[in-house]
Design a protein around this ligand. Structure first.
Ligand SMILES: NC(=O)c1ccc[n+]([C@@H]2O[C@H](COP(=O)([O-])OP(=O)(O)OC[C@H]3O[C@@H](n4cnc5c(N)ncnc54)[C@H](O)[C@@H]3O)[C@@H](O)[C@H]2O)c1
Length: 262
Protein backbone atom coordinates (compact mmCIF):
# COMPACT_ATOMS: atom_id res chain seq x y z
CA UNK A 1 0.00 0.00 0.00
CA UNK A 2 1.14 3.51 -0.82
CA UNK A 3 0.04 5.76 2.04
CA UNK A 4 -0.47 9.50 1.81
CA UNK A 5 -0.28 11.65 4.93
CA UNK A 6 -1.43 15.24 5.18
CA UNK A 7 0.51 16.93 7.98
CA UNK A 8 3.72 15.91 9.70
CA UNK A 9 3.24 17.29 13.19
CA UNK A 10 2.96 15.26 16.37
CA UNK A 11 0.37 12.83 14.99
CA UNK A 12 1.72 12.58 11.44
CA UNK A 13 5.21 11.76 12.69
CA UNK A 14 3.84 9.14 15.07
CA UNK A 15 1.78 7.51 12.33
CA UNK A 16 4.81 7.44 10.03
CA UNK A 17 6.93 5.83 12.76
CA UNK A 18 4.19 3.34 13.63
CA UNK A 19 3.97 2.10 10.03
CA UNK A 20 7.18 0.19 10.83
CA UNK A 21 4.98 -2.14 12.94
CA UNK A 22 2.80 -3.18 9.98
CA UNK A 23 3.00 -6.84 8.98
CA UNK A 24 3.16 -5.81 5.33
CA UNK A 25 5.55 -2.93 4.73
CA UNK A 26 4.17 0.06 2.85
CA UNK A 27 5.26 0.39 -0.76
CA UNK A 28 5.52 4.14 -0.28
CA UNK A 29 4.66 7.00 2.01
CA UNK A 30 4.17 10.51 0.66
CA UNK A 31 3.63 13.34 3.12
CA UNK A 32 1.94 16.59 2.11
CA UNK A 33 3.50 19.37 4.17
CA UNK A 34 4.18 23.05 4.17
CA UNK A 35 7.53 23.95 2.60
CA UNK A 36 9.18 24.51 6.00
CA UNK A 37 8.60 20.85 6.94
CA UNK A 38 10.07 19.26 3.79
CA UNK A 39 13.51 18.74 5.38
CA UNK A 40 11.93 17.01 8.38
CA UNK A 41 10.03 14.59 6.14
CA UNK A 42 13.08 13.83 4.02
CA UNK A 43 15.24 13.35 7.11
CA UNK A 44 12.80 10.60 8.09
CA UNK A 45 13.44 8.93 4.72
CA UNK A 46 9.97 9.74 3.38
CA UNK A 47 8.75 11.49 0.23
CA UNK A 48 7.62 15.07 0.77
CA UNK A 49 5.05 16.89 -1.35
CA UNK A 50 4.23 20.57 -0.96
CA UNK A 51 1.37 20.56 -3.45
CA UNK A 52 -1.74 18.44 -3.35
CA UNK A 53 -1.24 17.61 -7.04
CA UNK A 54 2.11 15.97 -6.23
CA UNK A 55 0.54 13.85 -3.50
CA UNK A 56 -2.27 12.75 -5.82
CA UNK A 57 0.16 12.07 -8.69
CA UNK A 58 1.85 9.47 -6.47
CA UNK A 59 -1.50 7.63 -6.44
CA UNK A 60 -1.74 6.77 -2.74
CA UNK A 61 -4.17 3.94 -1.96
CA UNK A 62 -5.24 5.72 1.22
CA UNK A 63 -4.75 9.24 2.54
CA UNK A 64 -4.78 10.20 6.20
CA UNK A 65 -5.41 13.82 7.19
CA UNK A 66 -3.72 14.79 10.44
CA UNK A 67 -3.04 18.49 9.89
CA UNK A 68 -6.01 20.40 11.24
CA UNK A 69 -9.32 21.87 10.22
CA UNK A 70 -7.91 24.15 7.53
CA UNK A 71 -6.28 21.19 5.81
CA UNK A 72 -9.54 19.24 5.82
CA UNK A 73 -11.16 22.09 3.95
CA UNK A 74 -8.23 22.69 1.61
CA UNK A 75 -7.48 19.08 0.63
CA UNK A 76 -9.96 16.42 1.68
CA UNK A 77 -12.71 17.11 -0.90
CA UNK A 78 -10.09 16.99 -3.68
CA UNK A 79 -8.58 13.73 -2.36
CA UNK A 80 -12.03 12.16 -2.37
CA UNK A 81 -12.84 13.56 -5.82
CA UNK A 82 -9.66 11.88 -7.04
CA UNK A 83 -11.22 8.60 -5.90
CA UNK A 84 -8.94 8.04 -2.90
CA UNK A 85 -10.37 6.90 0.42
CA UNK A 86 -9.44 9.50 3.02
CA UNK A 87 -9.24 9.13 6.78
CA UNK A 88 -10.02 12.33 8.69
CA UNK A 89 -8.49 12.96 12.13
CA UNK A 90 -9.72 16.56 12.42
CA UNK A 91 -13.34 15.42 12.62
CA UNK A 92 -14.37 18.68 14.30
CA UNK A 93 -13.96 20.37 10.91
CA UNK A 94 -17.13 18.58 9.81
CA UNK A 95 -19.22 20.60 12.26
CA UNK A 96 -19.10 23.15 9.41
CA UNK A 97 -22.21 21.96 7.57
CA UNK A 98 -21.10 23.33 4.19
CA UNK A 99 -17.80 21.45 4.46
CA UNK A 100 -19.59 18.29 5.62
CA UNK A 101 -21.78 18.49 2.51
CA UNK A 102 -18.81 19.12 0.19
CA UNK A 103 -16.99 16.09 1.60
CA UNK A 104 -20.03 13.92 1.39
CA UNK A 105 -20.76 14.98 -2.22
CA UNK A 106 -17.13 14.51 -3.29
CA UNK A 107 -17.14 11.00 -1.85
CA UNK A 108 -20.49 10.15 -3.35
CA UNK A 109 -19.61 11.27 -6.84
CA UNK A 110 -16.26 9.44 -6.99
CA UNK A 111 -17.17 6.36 -4.97
CA UNK A 112 -14.33 7.01 -2.50
CA UNK A 113 -15.07 7.04 1.21
CA UNK A 114 -14.42 9.62 3.89
CA UNK A 115 -13.55 7.73 7.06
CA UNK A 116 -14.00 9.56 10.35
CA UNK A 117 -11.37 7.99 12.56
CA UNK A 118 -12.38 7.25 16.16
CA UNK A 119 -9.12 8.98 17.13
CA UNK A 120 -8.67 9.56 20.83
CA UNK A 121 -12.04 8.13 21.83
CA UNK A 122 -13.22 4.52 22.09
CA UNK A 123 -16.57 2.78 21.86
CA UNK A 124 -17.37 4.47 18.55
CA UNK A 125 -18.01 1.08 16.93
CA UNK A 126 -20.76 0.10 19.38
CA UNK A 127 -22.26 3.59 19.47
CA UNK A 128 -22.48 3.68 15.69
CA UNK A 129 -23.91 0.14 15.57
CA UNK A 130 -26.64 1.00 18.09
CA UNK A 131 -27.96 3.69 15.77
CA UNK A 132 -29.81 1.03 13.80
CA UNK A 133 -32.08 0.05 16.69
CA UNK A 134 -32.39 3.37 18.50
CA UNK A 135 -30.30 5.47 20.86
CA UNK A 136 -31.95 7.38 23.71
CA UNK A 137 -29.10 9.52 24.98
CA UNK A 138 -25.39 10.12 24.55
CA UNK A 139 -23.31 12.24 26.89
CA UNK A 140 -19.68 13.06 26.28
CA UNK A 141 -17.60 14.28 29.22
CA UNK A 142 -14.17 15.79 28.68
CA UNK A 143 -12.06 16.06 31.82
CA UNK A 144 -8.63 17.66 31.80
CA UNK A 145 -6.24 19.23 34.29
CA UNK A 146 -6.95 22.98 34.69
CA UNK A 147 -3.83 24.07 32.79
CA UNK A 148 -5.01 22.06 29.77
CA UNK A 149 -7.97 24.47 29.49
CA UNK A 150 -5.74 27.55 29.44
CA UNK A 151 -6.37 29.64 26.34
CA UNK A 152 -9.99 28.47 26.11
CA UNK A 153 -13.16 30.31 27.25
CA UNK A 154 -12.87 28.24 30.47
CA UNK A 155 -10.40 30.90 31.58
CA UNK A 156 -13.20 33.46 31.71
CA UNK A 157 -15.46 31.15 33.68
CA UNK A 158 -12.99 29.80 36.24
CA UNK A 159 -9.84 30.76 38.05
CA UNK A 160 -7.98 27.77 36.65
CA UNK A 161 -4.93 28.12 38.86
CA UNK A 162 -6.97 28.28 42.06
CA UNK A 163 -9.10 25.16 41.48
CA UNK A 164 -8.92 22.57 44.23
CA UNK A 165 -11.57 20.16 42.99
CA UNK A 166 -13.17 18.94 39.78
CA UNK A 167 -15.30 21.77 38.38
CA UNK A 168 -17.67 21.46 35.43
CA UNK A 169 -17.71 24.70 33.45
CA UNK A 170 -19.67 23.80 30.33
CA UNK A 171 -22.82 21.81 29.68
CA UNK A 172 -24.54 21.93 26.34
CA UNK A 173 -24.76 20.25 22.98
CA UNK A 174 -21.84 18.69 21.16
CA UNK A 175 -22.24 21.42 18.53
CA UNK A 176 -21.83 24.17 21.12
CA UNK A 177 -18.92 22.35 22.78
CA UNK A 178 -17.11 21.92 19.46
CA UNK A 179 -17.71 25.56 18.52
CA UNK A 180 -16.61 27.10 21.82
CA UNK A 181 -13.82 24.69 22.71
CA UNK A 182 -12.10 23.81 19.43
CA UNK A 183 -9.43 21.74 21.19
CA UNK A 184 -12.18 19.37 22.25
CA UNK A 185 -14.05 19.62 18.97
CA UNK A 186 -12.68 16.45 17.41
CA UNK A 187 -13.80 14.09 20.14
CA UNK A 188 -17.16 15.79 20.74
CA UNK A 189 -17.87 15.74 17.00
CA UNK A 190 -16.78 12.11 16.59
CA UNK A 191 -19.10 10.98 19.38
CA UNK A 192 -21.90 13.05 17.88
CA UNK A 193 -21.49 11.81 14.31
CA UNK A 194 -21.36 8.20 15.50
CA UNK A 195 -24.56 8.50 17.53
CA UNK A 196 -27.27 11.11 17.89
CA UNK A 197 -25.78 13.99 15.92
CA UNK A 198 -24.39 17.36 16.96
CA UNK A 199 -27.57 18.79 18.46
CA UNK A 200 -28.86 15.81 20.45
CA UNK A 201 -25.51 14.72 21.89
CA UNK A 202 -24.83 16.29 25.28
CA UNK A 203 -21.37 17.45 26.31
CA UNK A 204 -19.92 18.33 29.71
CA UNK A 205 -16.45 19.80 30.14
CA UNK A 206 -14.62 19.64 33.46
CA UNK A 207 -11.42 21.15 34.82
CA UNK A 208 -10.06 18.68 37.34
CA UNK A 209 -6.84 19.23 39.31
CA UNK A 210 -6.74 15.49 40.04
CA UNK A 211 -7.10 14.40 36.41
CA UNK A 212 -3.99 12.41 35.48
CA UNK A 213 -4.30 13.52 31.84
CA UNK A 214 -6.98 14.05 29.23
CA UNK A 215 -9.93 11.84 30.07
CA UNK A 216 -12.77 11.15 27.70
CA UNK A 217 -15.99 9.55 28.94
CA UNK A 218 -18.95 8.55 26.81
CA UNK A 219 -22.21 7.44 28.38
CA UNK A 220 -24.79 5.81 26.14
CA UNK A 221 -28.37 4.69 26.73
CA UNK A 222 -29.87 2.79 23.84
CA UNK A 223 -32.61 0.29 23.20
CA UNK A 224 -30.27 -2.67 22.94
CA UNK A 225 -27.46 -1.65 25.28
CA UNK A 226 -26.28 0.88 27.78
CA UNK A 227 -22.59 1.50 28.20
CA UNK A 228 -20.05 3.89 29.63
CA UNK A 229 -16.54 4.07 28.33
CA UNK A 230 -13.73 6.01 29.96
CA UNK A 231 -10.46 6.59 28.20
CA UNK A 232 -7.54 7.83 30.19
CA UNK A 233 -4.84 8.52 27.62
CA UNK A 234 -1.32 8.08 28.93
CA UNK A 235 1.19 10.84 28.32
CA UNK A 236 3.57 10.00 25.51
CA UNK A 237 7.18 11.08 25.07
CA UNK A 238 5.96 14.18 23.26
CA UNK A 239 3.38 15.83 25.51
CA UNK A 240 1.53 17.23 22.49
CA UNK A 241 1.22 13.86 20.80
CA UNK A 242 -2.06 12.14 21.30
CA UNK A 243 -0.74 8.59 21.31
CA UNK A 244 -4.17 7.01 20.99
CA UNK A 245 -5.06 9.12 17.96
CA UNK A 246 -1.99 8.04 15.99
CA UNK A 247 -2.66 4.42 16.97
CA UNK A 248 -6.26 4.73 15.82
CA UNK A 249 -5.09 6.11 12.47
CA UNK A 250 -2.59 3.29 12.05
CA UNK A 251 -5.41 0.82 12.66
CA UNK A 252 -7.17 2.17 9.57
CA UNK A 253 -4.08 1.26 7.55
CA UNK A 254 -3.67 -2.16 9.17
CA UNK A 255 -7.29 -3.07 8.58
CA UNK A 256 -6.92 -2.45 4.86
CA UNK A 257 -3.81 -4.54 4.53
CA UNK A 258 -4.36 -7.83 6.26
CA UNK A 259 -6.88 -10.56 5.43
CA UNK A 260 -8.80 -9.90 8.65
CA UNK A 261 -10.00 -6.48 9.73
CA UNK A 262 -10.81 -5.73 13.34
N1 LIG B 1 -9.76 12.82 16.34
C1 LIG B 1 -9.01 12.98 17.41
O1 LIG B 1 -9.21 12.33 18.43
C2 LIG B 1 -7.88 13.96 17.36
C3 LIG B 1 -7.02 14.07 18.46
C4 LIG B 1 -5.97 14.97 18.38
C5 LIG B 1 -5.80 15.74 17.25
N2 LIG B 1 -6.66 15.61 16.21
C6 LIG B 1 -6.48 16.44 14.98
O2 LIG B 1 -5.27 16.14 14.38
C7 LIG B 1 -4.65 17.34 13.96
C8 LIG B 1 -3.14 17.17 14.04
O3 LIG B 1 -2.76 17.00 15.40
P1 LIG B 1 -1.22 17.15 15.82
O4 LIG B 1 -1.17 16.93 17.29
O5 LIG B 1 -0.38 16.34 14.92
O6 LIG B 1 -0.98 18.71 15.52
P2 LIG B 1 0.39 19.41 15.19
O7 LIG B 1 0.15 20.86 15.32
O8 LIG B 1 1.52 18.79 15.93
O9 LIG B 1 0.64 19.06 13.63
C9 LIG B 1 -0.13 19.54 12.59
C10 LIG B 1 0.80 19.71 11.41
O10 LIG B 1 0.02 19.92 10.24
C11 LIG B 1 0.63 20.96 9.50
N3 LIG B 1 -0.36 21.61 8.66
C12 LIG B 1 -1.40 22.39 9.06
N4 LIG B 1 -2.09 22.81 8.00
C13 LIG B 1 -1.48 22.28 6.92
C14 LIG B 1 -1.72 22.36 5.54
N5 LIG B 1 -2.73 23.09 5.07
N6 LIG B 1 -0.90 21.69 4.72
C15 LIG B 1 0.12 20.96 5.18
N7 LIG B 1 0.41 20.84 6.50
C16 LIG B 1 -0.39 21.51 7.34
C17 LIG B 1 1.23 21.89 10.53
O11 LIG B 1 2.26 22.68 9.98
C18 LIG B 1 1.73 20.90 11.58
O12 LIG B 1 3.04 20.47 11.30
C19 LIG B 1 -5.17 18.42 14.92
O13 LIG B 1 -5.24 19.66 14.27
C20 LIG B 1 -6.50 17.93 15.32
O14 LIG B 1 -7.51 18.55 14.55
C21 LIG B 1 -7.67 14.74 16.24
Amino acid sequence: MHLGLIGFGAIGQSVAELTATLDTPLTGLTVLVRPNAVARVEAAGLTAATELETLLANRPDLIIECAGHGAVEAYVPACLSAGIDTVIASVGALTDTALFDRISEAAQSSGARAILAPGAVGGIDLLSALRASGIDSVTYTGRKPPQAWAGSPAEELLDLEALTKATPFFEGTAREAAGRFPKNANVAATVAFAGLGLDATRATLIADPDAPGNIHEVQVEARDAAFTIRIEGRASANARTSATTALSLLREVRNRQGPIAI
